[in-house]
Design a protein around this ligand. Structure first.
Ligand SMILES: Nc1ncnc2c1ncn2[C@@H]1O[C@H](COP(=O)(O)OP(=O)(O)OP(=O)(O)O)[C@@H](O)[C@H]1O
Ligand SMILES: [Mg+2]
Length: 335
């Protein structure tokens, strides 16, 4: 069957004003974004942000209620079968059938997708090597450790070498070493031509793995950009201070020039500054000293993904005046 609409653009994922509600509750509240062929794109968001709901609509597991979603040029509502044939999926919750062995799981999956026997067998061999489960090929899935199950789940997602691979929290619950190895696998699959969409609540995962990131909170995309862009739009530097009166110090700095946001930390607070920190810092020190506040620790650094995340989703940030910058950035995120 011919696709009803094949997109001339390089967009592998195109989502416009997507909404999904459970009863009255809008878990996904009007999101729009696109992912180009060959990109690794992440949804970074806290628990309950709507990441899995969005992914489940895109993979045709949940019905599209409102808006538009195209995967590999196919409309999820009109051509769900073609969408399914174009994608691979690694679910957040482990879905492995426990009554099968590792090898049988992959074999079954390949047959499900009508892979020729030779290709199927070769791929299984490759993948077992890739996720380091060769020695477990005849083990029942239920006997694997959590991390091994995760790796098997990932191998299964890669069986069909899809155009677009959806990974919902791919490294959740894995140890740091395995997580990093997983990132390398994912990058390798991407290099071979697969476009990747992943969700995560790990800052470092989004930061190190993705070409572009959308921060999602309460069902809405708050900001989109490359890691570099996100950190740069936030501000120039982050100044960390500890003083003998943090509460008073923060109040005193509230309207200080070049301070865009103040973020309390356990023992001190962060100042996000819009100019070179080394130039702003002397004025800040003088201002606090004049008020008899003693500074015990000073630290100057570039904004991290964590700073970006807190800035765009955190409640304690005074960001009322940042709306134009945000809106501008969201537009620039969709190229
Ligand atoms: N089947 C459902 N019925 C009702 N509410 C649901 C259902 N699934 C999810 N929700 C709610 O929708 C919101 C978004 O959930 P979702 O699973 O999409 O978030 P998430 O970003 O994937 O979170 P996590 O990081 O915990 O995986 C949450 O408030 C959740 O409680
Ligand atoms: Mg989820």
């Amino acid at each position: 069957m011919e696709p009803t609409a094949r997109w001339a653009t390089e967009d592998m994922i195109l989502v416009e004003n997507l909404e999904h509600a459970y009863g009255d509750f809008k878990a996904v509240d009007g999101i729009s974004f696109s992912v180009k062929k060959g990109e690794i794109f992440s949804f970074l968001g806290p628990n309950g942000a709507g990441k899995s709901t969005a992914i489940n609509v895109l993979i045709t597991l949940l019905p599209l209620q409102k808006g538009k979603a195209m995967i590999a040029g196919y409309d999820v509502t009109r051509n769900p079968q073609q969408v399914r044939e174009s994608i691979g999926i690694v679910f957040q919750d482990i879905t492995l059938d426990r009554e099968m062995t590792v090898w049988e799981m992959l074999e079954f999956h390949g047959r499900l997708y009508n892979m020729p026997v030779k290709e199927r067998r070769e791929r299984i061999g490759e993948l077992l090597k890739l996720v380091q489960l060769e020695s477990k090929r005849d083990e029942f899935a239920k006997k694997l450790s959590g991390g091994m199950k995760r790796r098997l789940e990932i191998a299964r997602g890669l069986m069909t070498r899809p155009l677009v691979l959806f990974l919902d929290e791919p490294t959740i619950g894995l140890d740091p070493q395995t997580r990093m190895r997983m990132w390398e696998y994912i990058k390798g699959v991407n290099r071979e031509g697969t476009t990747i969409f992943l969700t995560t609540h790990y800052m470092d995962e989004a930061d190190q793995l993705s070409d572009r990131i959308s921060i999602i909170d309460h069902g809405k995309i708050v900001v989109t950009g490359t890691s570099w862009e996100l950190k740069n739009t936030l501000g120039h530097d982050v100044i960390y201070l500890e003083t003998d009166n943090n509460v008073r110090a923060q109040t005193l700095l509230e309207n200080f020039p070049a301070i865009r946001a103040i973020k309390p930390k356990t023992k001190g607070f962060n100042l996000i500054v819009t100019e070179d920190g080394t130039k702003v810092l002397p004025g800040i020190i003088d201002h606090l000293r004049a008020a008899q506040i003693e500074i015990t620790t000073i630290n100057l650094k570039k904004p991290s993904m964590d700073d970006v995340f807190v800035f765009y989703t955190g409640k304690e940030i005074r960001d009322e005046d940042q709306t134009p910058a945000r809106a501008r950035f969201m537009l620039s995120g969709r190229r």
